[in-house]
Design a protein around this ligand. Structure first.
Ligand SMILES: [Zn+2]
Length: 286
C-alpha cells in the first residue's frame, strides 16, 4: 500500500487532507487489523485511552474536486479484498463486522436490474446489432449489456467467480486491440487504486471503432454537497469505494487517457432495493 500525493484523476498535487477511518471490514480483510480499546494498562505515556480504529486520510483535489482515500492498495491487497467477491468467506467476515450484511448480500450478488436502461443509453452509439463485448471487471457477466445478442461475450475479472452461460473468462494477455465493438467498464473505477492506469489498460483493448461504456457511482456526497469544504469535512470513513468522482474529475480522467466523451448522463437506479445514482458515459478513442 502506498500513500497518494497526487490526484488520482487529474494528477494535480494541490491536495487538502482530513483524518478519516478505514472501515474495520477493509482493515480486517486486507491487513488483518482489528479495532481495539487502548487502556491505561498499555502503559503509553503520550496516548490517551479509548477506542482505536485504523486511521487514514480523505484527500480532496483543489484542481478537479476529486475526493479520495489516501491509501492506494497494491495488487496483492486488491486480491485479498476482492477474491471470491461476496462469496462465503467475504460474507462471513463482513456480516460479523457489519451485522445484517448477509441479508443484503444475496440481492447484491444479483447486481442491479437496470440493464435495459443501460442498453438504451448505449444503443444509439453502437454500429452493429450483435456486438462483440468485453466486460472489464464484469464479475459473473450477468449484468453485461447486450449479452443476449452479443456474438462474443468475454469477461475479465479478478474475483474468479463462475460466469453465466455464454460468457468466456479472458486474461489480460488474451485481450487484443480491435477485437471488440463494445468494452464495458461498469462499477470498477470507484474501486481501483490507479484509475488512470486502469483506463489506459482498457483503452489498449480498443481501436477507433470500439465504443467504451463507463458506469460509476454519482455518490450522494458529491450530489448533495456542492462546496469542496463541506465534502471534505463530511467524508470521514472509507469502504470499498475509494474514489468519489466529480463531473470535472471525470473530464480530466478521460482526457488524460486519450478518450473523448461521446455522451454522458446521470441516472437514478435501484440496486438491492436502494436507490443510487450513477454516471453513464459513452466514449471513444480521441
Ligand atoms: Zn484532481
Amino acid at each position: 500500500m502506498k500513500i497518494s500525493h497526487a490526484c488520482v484523476a487529474c494528477h494535480s498535487t494541490r491536495l487538502r487532507s482530513r483524518s478519516a477511518v478505514l472501515m474495520p471490514f477493509l482493515a480486517a480483510r486486507i491487513f488483518g487489523w482489528q479495532p481495539t480499546t487502548i487502556t491505561p494498562e498499555w502503559g503509553l505515556r503520550d496516548i490517551d485511552a479509548g477506542q482505536a480504529y485504523s486511521l487514514c486520510a480523505t484527500l480532496m483535489c483543489d484542481e478537479c474536486g476529486m475526493i479520495f482515500l489516501d491509501m492506494r492498495f497494491d495488487a496483492d491487497e486488491m486480491d485479498a479484498l476482492y477474491r471470491d467477491y461476496r462469496g462465503a468467506q467475504y460474507t462471513e467476515l463482513r456480516n460479523r463486522i457489519e451485522p445484517g450484511y448477509a441479508a443484503l448480500n444475496a440481492m447484491l450478488r444479483e447486481g442491479g436490474d437496470y440493464t435495459a436502461q443501460v442498453e438504451a443509453f448505449i444503443r444509439p452509439h453502437l454500429t452493429c446489432d450483435r456486438p462483440r463485448v468485453l466486460d472489464w471487471g464484469g464479475d459473473t457477466g450477468a449484468n453485461t449489456p447486450f449479452r443476449a445478442e452479443a456474438v462474443r461475450h468475454d469477461v475479465y475479472d479478478i474475483s474468479q467467480r463462475t460466469l453465466v452461460e455464454g460468457a468466456t473468462a479472458v486474461t489480460e494477455d488474451e485481450i487484443s486491440p480491435g477485437a471488440y465493438d463494445l468494452v464495458v467498464l461498469a462499477n470498477v473505477l470507484e474501486h481501483v487504486s490507479h484509475p488512470t492506469a486502469t483506463l489506459r489498460l482498457v483503452t489498449s483493448a480498443m481501436d477507433q471503432d470500439t465504443l467504451l461504456y463507463i458506469e460509476l457511482p454519482y455518490e450522494d456526497l458529491i450530489r448533495h454537497h456542492h462546496s469542496d469544504d463541506e465534502r471534505l469535512a463530511l467524508k470521514r470513513h472509507w469502504h470499498e469505494h475509494i474514489n468519489f468522482f466529480t463531473p470535472d474529475s471525470l473530464d480530466h480522467l478521460l482526457r488524460n487517457t486519450g478518450l473523448q466523451t461521446v455522451n454522458r448522463t446521470t441516472k437514478a437506479v435501484t440496486v438491492a432495493g436502494r436507490e443510487r445514482h450513477v454516471f453513464l458515459i459513452a466514449a471513444r478513442l480521441a
